[in-house]
Design a protein around this ligand. Structure first.
Ligand SMILES: NC(=O)c1ccc[n+]([C@@H]2O[C@H](COP(=O)([O-])OP(=O)(O)OC[C@H]3O[C@@H](n4cnc5c(N)ncnc54)[C@H](O)[C@@H]3O)[C@@H](O)[C@H]2O)c1
Length: 330
């Protein structure tokens, strides 16, 4: 049984708290949030003590691992302090919005051989994982093209956009990691962004739609589609195309019932509204994997380096969008 502490009891932290509480290999020992009521709500719901400070959490010998689900700007500090206190770390994406801060964090902890896993939950989605396994097993031969579609149901509020780091670092970051998961290292990025949806996002200097084309070191091409709004819900699909065929992972529906009538045919239930519903299995499987890594010492499927690489691709995409040119990566 691994003793866990949770940092950050907001939107996603509450879900992780419930998963930790329900996991047979984990014990949620304590939780902390700078907003006291947020931690108090989790503490009351799950019957765990609420800590009063980061130091109190890290001094607790029953805490073997921490789950960092606090705001992005707190991640590098909490990673470094937790590793220095001897804890294993599972941290939400992104590591940070600034690659220099990411590198400084790694420099501070690298010598400690830390176990740090990044919460790139899409790697743990059962369908995406199965697609990747079948790709790796050679089912479609040499991979030539990947298409990743990721569209949110509705734009976030202006306060979220203000601290998000922009669409590439906040939203596409998942797709950059998925692209690497499927196609390996990326060596070239060409990005176009647009303001098609929400004028307040444009006023804040961000984009709300993007299409990117990337080249992998293997030669495969990857195309990412992003939108901050999607009328039919949370649109999450993958297509991998190779010399011997194609693998597709479609949107998921609560049931497989199809309705046929005069106005439409093959009509299905709506797709899940957003990430907490769509990736519920993936978040649980991500936690399973981290607990396995803590128990066995195995390297996580998405470690600190994966977090850094996804951010590097986001920075390259921003450069490409601004310059109108493809950006080559060393
Ligand atoms: N993997 C995913 O699918 C996914 C989805 C959503 C969010 N995220 C990431 O999770 C993180 C949290 O996102 P959210 O949507 O839950 O945000 P949120 O604003 O709802 O929650 C963040 C919480 O962190 C708390 N916090 C701030 N500083 C803290 C500190 N020093 N110590 C402890 N708690 C602190 C805040 O008070 C807040 O309650 C972000 O980094 C975000 O990028 C990942």
């Amino acid at each position: 049984m691994i003793g866990f502490a949770l940092f950050g009891c907001g939107r996603i932290g509450r879900m992780h708290a419930r998963n930790l509480h329900a996991h047979p290999g984990a014990e949620l020992v304590t939780c902390f949030d700078v907003a006291g009521p947020a931690a108090a709500a989790v503490a009351a719901e799950l019957g765990v003590p609420q800590a009063q400070s980061v130091d109190e959490v890290l001094a607790n010998p029953r805490v073997r691992a921490v789950f960092i689900a606090s705001s992005t700007d707190t991640h590098v500090d909490l990673i470094a302090r937790s590793v220095q206190a001897g804890k294993a770390v599972l941290c939400e994406k992104p590591v940070d919005l600034d690659i220099a801060r990411v590198d400084a964090c790694w420099q501070a902890i690298a010598g400690l051989q830390p176990l740090v896993m990044l919460g790139f939950n899409r790697r743990f989605d059962p369908s995406f994982r199965a697609l990747r396994d079948r790709l790796a097993a050679g089912e479609i031969g040499r991979l030539e093209q990947v298409v990743i579609t990721s569209r949110d149901p509705a734009p976030p509020p202006p306060a979220y956009i203000a601290v998000s780091g922009g669409l590439f670092r906040d939203m596409t970051i998942h797709d950059f990691d998925l692209a690497r998961f499927l196609a390996g290292d990326i060596v070239e990025v060409q990005a176009m962004g647009a303001n098609l949806i929400d004028p307040t996002i444009q006023a804040q200097g961000d984009i709300d739609a993007a299409m990117l084309v990337m080249r992998a070191a293997s030669g495969a091409l990857v195309h990412i589609n992003n939108s901050r709004r999607c009328a039919y819900g949370y649109d999450q699909r993958i297509e991998a195309f190779g010399e011997a065929g194609m693998l597709q992972a479609h949107n998921q529906h609560p049931t497989t019932v199809e309705a046929w009538g005069g106005a439409r045919t093959r009509a299905m239930d709506p797709v899940p509204h957003f990430f907490i519903e769509r990736y519920a299995d993936a978040y649980r499987s991500e936690l399973d994997h981290f607990i396995d890594c803590v128990n066995t010492g195995a390297a996580p499927l998405a470690g600190f380096a994966e977090g850094r690489e996804a951010l590097r691709l986001a920075d390259a995409a921003l450069d490409s969008m601004k310059s109108g040119r493809a950006v080559r990566l060393a």
